[in-house]
Design a protein around this ligand. Sequence first.
Ligand code: CTP
Length: 405
Amino acid sequence: MNIVVGVTGGIAAYKSVHLVRLLIKAGHEVTVIPTEDALRFVGLPTWEAISRHPVTTSVHDDVARVRHVALGQNADLVIVAPATANTIARMTAGIADDLLGTTLLATEAPVLIAPAMHAEMWRHPATQANVATLRSRGVHIVGPAVGELAGGDSGPGRMVEPDDIAEAALALLAGGDLAGVQVAVSAGGTREPIDPVRFLGNRSSGRQGVALAAEAAARGAQVTLVAANISRDVLAAARHPRVEIVPVGSAAELGAAMADAAAAADVVVMAAAVADYRPIEVASHKLTKEGERLSTIELVENPDIVAGLAAARRAGQTIVAFAAETPSADGGEEEMLARARRKQRRKGVDVLVVNEVGWERGFEVADNEVRVIGPDGVVVATASGSKSQVAAEIWNSLLAVRPLL
Ligand code: CTP
């Protein structure tokens, strides 16, 4: 296939050399189109040598073959990596005063961009609005990752690694139905420390959230899995080149990790069992019978993480919560669904997955049964079976109720 790799003026440009190599190694023809600024970071001879094609930034070269539109027309995929804040703004406005600009306007191929900039620039409303516009036009966005940035700062803004961009690109070419979708999933159960050796926890194994992450990655999505106290065995199912695992302990840690992951996500899935309360005080040493005695623990309420993420949601972002419910003896099924709908409205989430639990059901077991409540309160799917079968059904229903791409 013909892939165009646009390179724009950020320090991450050097990483795109490796990206081009990976794409060629995978058997594709790659044409590199740098911007003038990008050439300050990596020079033209490098791009020509690595891609084995002539490289120019200008619309005035090779005019006879109408290169400024031909490259875009013939491309099966256009990647922009790194995509700077400036490039993203130019793409949004449709500015075409260089070869990359004209190529992006002339192409009907899928476009995948890998943003790279400082965290402040990424979070700026102008950039966020531009990204939302590009998304609404069907541009696929991978990243940015959270991590160390040029100059020693850290936060969301780092270009995702070339291997991950290549993975997303190849998934797009292969046509997975979640290709290019960025997903943040929380899974597991939080532990609220009492002292250095004790905690308040719950019985969630993390299996359903892990299955959701694995299924999304298999279907082409780029996934951040925020994993709260999940055993190695369970977590092993999520090992995939497109899954980044962020281990956390307490609700506060999970909240911070999800806020970071949600900044770049198209879909946020809160499958973790979050403790509603935490001890007001955490002892710095182990409490003993001789000392303070642990007969009462005073608790304070934790913030509702998913409600916070829903309140801060970007245009086009889909927020999914889970509700573990036990049907009441008298009201039964309908009463349970009514309670779930109230929870959906209270938390302000788009989709609520209701998970029926009891002593024998839901937690710690391999099989599961769920109902998916869509944005207007209607049950859009019922799924049962293994947690991976349920995960596949949940993604099917998410694709049906919300355009994710
Ligand atoms: N959740 C959250 N933050 C919390 C508690 C829960 O984000 N502090 C999320 C869970 O990850 C899940 C959803 O909210 O996606 C439902 O949690 P649930 O415990 O059922 O809701 P509560 O608001 O705690 O309601 P209740 O316990 O009264 O049923």
